[in-house]
Design a protein around this ligand. Sequence first.
Ligand SMILES: CC(=O)N[C@H]1[C@@H](OP(=O)(O)OP(=O)(O)OC[C@H]2O[C@@H](n3ccc(=O)[nH]c3=O)[C@H](O)[C@@H]2O)O[C@H](CO)[C@@H](O)[C@@H]1O[C@H](C)C(=O)N[C@@H](C)C(=O)N[C@H](CCC(=O)O)C(=O)O
Ligand SMILES: Nc1ncnc2c1ncn2[C@@H]1O[C@H](COP(=O)(O)OP(=O)(O)OP(=O)(O)O)[C@@H](O)[C@H]1O
Length: 524
Amino acid sequence: MGPVAPRILRPEHPTPRPLTGLVEAFELTVEADLDGIEVTGVTLDSSDVEPGDLFAALPGARRHGAEFAAAALEQGAVAVVTDPAGAAMLETGAPVIVLDDPRAALGEISAWVYRTGEDRPRLFGVTGTNGKTSTSFMLEGLLADLGFVTGLSTTAERHVGDLVVTSKLTTPEASELHALLARMREAGVRAAVLEVSAQAIERHRIDGVVFDVVAFTNLSHDHLDDYGSMDAYFDVKAELFTPDRAERGVVCVDTEWGRRIAERSRIPVTTVTSEPGVDADWHVDIWEETPSSTSFTLTGIDGGAVEVQIPFIGRHMAIDAAIAILMLVEDGFEMDAIAEVIDRGMRPTLPGRIERVSGEEGPAVFLDYGHSPDAFVQTLEALRRVTEGRLVMLFGADGDRDATKRADMGRIAAELADAVVVTDFNPRTEDAASIRAQVLGGARAAAGGKPVIESSPEEAAIREALRLAGPGDTVLWAGPGDADYRDVAGVREPFDARAEARRALEEAGWPTEERGERPARDVR
Ligand SMILES: CC(=O)N[C@H]1[C@@H](OP(=O)(O)OP(=O)(O)OC[C@H]2O[C@@H](n3ccc(=O)[nH]c3=O)[C@H](O)[C@@H]2O)O[C@H](CO)[C@@H](O)[C@@H]1O[C@H](C)C(=O)N[C@@H](C)C(=O)N[C@H](CCC(=O)O)C(=O)O
Ligand SMILES: Nc1ncnc2c1ncn2[C@@H]1O[C@H](COP(=O)(O)OP(=O)(O)OP(=O)(O)O)[C@@H](O)[C@H]1O
């Protein structure tokens, strides 16, 4: 099997634009003859160059993109945009546009090249530490049920109508985002939902886009390696709620962070909560939780109400669904029209988020993408409420990512589950055993007499977890979700945790639940 390579979607029939037009539009100075040069695309990655591209040679943490400019030109790039340091590294006869901060201009330039300011789909953006993918999939599902050809950009997948590809980053780089929007326009997409990470806001990935409606799910401990403090992390997220970024917003005020977003927002926002004592425009009241669904009423202060059943477990999933519904309301949809499609049954695909892989007999086994302390709390509490027997938690902490959350993840697992198996999860360039030791430290300190077992690799760990579980028990494997790879020593190798869990279940003599393929979609 070869390496795992996510695909980048671009327009299939781009309209060439003269480079002179770009230079005029942005009042740039270029010392080269630009006559006859036409641009059809933009990329910042030399492995993604197509003939006619403008290659953005950007400074990075590891390399300078200018190191790859010669290769990009050889593959057909027609010009380079870079910073002064990059320009000093270049020896080329091709036109070079020099900007002090080319990353900050990339969104606008890409929007110009791909003409994404014109005739674009309705745009919905979802931010927050957890729940972005879940909310985005549920919103896309509702939009499709309302009759729209939809687009989606998440950590898991990008969709253009029926075409589905896997993603590399949660939010694509600006050049890729505008190419995706142009592809959506070609495909007749009328509404698109995009996950917006903090890194995307800060690193100019969503520049050149103004969302019709944005939403904030929550903020909890994650990414402190990038931001240093929760306040700094919050400040980046809050920027999405400004007129340059969006028209209107929906904010979940279950947490203090949400209340602060609502207060600080410079665009009109509507608020929603699942906490009974909290003031908000909309309330979520859960009235039934089963091993396969959650039912709730969403009630507005003006008296409007809708009853909703989602095919997912947990209060967190109910809040994600409520946010998706309210994003439609904020965009002007009538609640009656939304209620009608909800009544027909919400059946969004949601890969790897609290996804059951086991059958009716034997232990229930769920795969979940959660990889932060709050995600663990939400998922374990939800599963506890629908589990008669014991709850076994299998997980690892990812390498080259916020190490300060590892012991906490161990502690939460030991406190909320009955048995814990600590394994590996994308160690990347770190030593896997030392990551496990940090997680085990937190788990063992909180475990009391509960079993805490170390098991590596993941293939052995899921079998270990199943040995601890029987009928009536639940095994939660948190971390990999729907990912089709694992990153070991900086190399992505194919790994499908859902398939591995099914194999382990079958070996143990238990039936599994195959999710139906999605025949209507072109999955690549
Ligand atoms: C911190 C960060 O976001 N880094 C991203 C950034 O890296 P960088 O700017 O430091 O780039 P670099 O590797 O030094 O290379 C410099 C330049 O040379 C180019 N290059 C490099 C090699 C080559 O062969 N050819 C080439 O053209 C690169 O495209 C880049 O423009 O640009 C790269 C190219 O797009 C990204 O792959 C890389 O994401 C890294 C892998 C990453 O893991 N980012 C994470 C932190 C991230 O963004 N996560 C959020 C989601 C978080 C969440 O909510 O969970 C996301 O939106 O995905
Ligand atoms: N509203 C929520 N509050 C807290 N945790 C949640 C919420 N929704 C989902 N989660 C948990 O977070 C995990 C990740 O969910 P999801 O993929 O939807 O979030 P995300 O924000 O897209 O994550 P990432 O940024 O890492 O892609 C879920 O598997 C679940 O464990």
